[in-house]
Design a protein around this ligand. Structure first.
Ligand code: NAD
Length: 281
């Protein structure tokens, strides 16, 4: 019997516009905790989640205080600068190099898909390595600002070099709108794709969790031949939706995904790449 890994590799080879959606689960094996898995940060400390709901509001109310908090506190996810991609990130990058995977839409803020070599990465929730001006949408690298000097000179918050607005971290906080460029491109990808490979996300954070639902709603007309020899047109799902996750998610239980390959992304994704190579020989 065909295994789910073989099925996924066949579906990938058949696809014309495959995309991946990723969440914190793909980075746990790089030593970065997720939020809602069994050892997740919110699972262990629900109060930390409640505090996180205040962050964006704080930026709007008092951007100076927002920056003082950020610069004096420790990041919830630890030091992401030293984090390295794991075999799951490399497998997606390899599918990209093979021309199969057209883009990676990630909720992660850790920059590991780019580090692994994925070419087109849409960082839906931003990046810890960038700053962003919510007024005009410009993004800046961290090293374009000397934040330590700004504190000493009493010049916080940092100001946008283009429009002068108060700049925040690029990471999207609870209740903050998704930056319009990435929201727009992600929507386009979700509508255009004929295969969606969803890796390591609990799929409960909106609007990201809407993307698989949009892909599922998309139907295409397919011409088919009846036994009588007559042709007729039938509506079919536009995209095959595959989940790779440690546990079932709402996408599994609601039938949004066609199938779940249950397990670790760092183990399963490289196996899918091997199976794709095997089938292409
Ligand atoms: P989540 O914490 O809500 O869910 C992670 C899911 O991945 C869970 O279902 C868990 O069982 C599964 N998982 C954990 N390890 C896995 C593994 N090795 N293989 C397969 N599955 C695994 O994460 P989310 O859905 O991405 O939502 C959390 C939000 O927090 C995101 O919006 C993201 O911005 C942010 N976040 C980012 C990082 C990061 O950048 N690495 C880390 C934590 C949280």
């Amino acid at each position: 019997m065909e295994t789910l890994i073989e099925r996924a590799s066949r579906d990938l080879l058949r696809s014309k516009h495959a995309i991946a959606l990723t969440g914190a689960g793909i980075s746990t094996e790089s030593g970065i905790p997720d939020f809602r898995g069994p050892s997740g940060i919110w699972t262990k400390d629900p109060e930390a989640e409640k505090r996180a709901y205040q962050t964006y509001h704080k930026f709007l109310r008092d951007p100076k205080e927002y920056w003082e908090d950020i610069l004096s506190g420790r990041s919830l996810l630890g030091n992401l600068e030293n984090a390295q991609p794991n075999p799951g990130h490399y497998a997606l990058a390899e599918l990209g190099k093979m021309g199969i995977l057209k883009s990676v839409l990630t909720q992660n803020i850790d920059g590991l898909h780019e580090k692994a070599g994925s070419q087109r990465v849409l960082e839906y929730h931003g990046s810890v390595f960038k700053l962003r001006c919510p007024s005009c949408g410009s993004r800046f690298r961290h090293d374009e600002y000397n934040l330590e000097a700004l504190i000493l000179e009493g010049q916080l918050p940092p100001r946008c070099g283009k429009c002068g607005g108060a700049v925040k971290g690029d990471v999207v906080h609870f209740n903050e709108p998704i930056p319009s460029d990435v929201a727009h491109e992600s929507l386009e990808e979700a509508w255009k794709c004929d295969l969606m490979l969803i890796c390591g996300t609990s799929a409960v954070v909106y609007p990201f969790a809407q993307l698989p639902r949009i892909a599922r709603q998309h139907q295409v007309e397919v011409e088919q031949k009846a036994k009588s020899g007559l042709y007729f047109v039938k509506n079919e799902a536009a995209a095959v939706i595959i989940e790779v996750n440690a546990e079932p998610t709402p996408l599994t239980s609601e039938g949004i995904s066609d199938y779940l390959i249950q397990g670790r992304t760092a183990e399963i994704l490289p196996k899918i790449v091997e199976a794709v190579k095997e089938l292409s020989r």
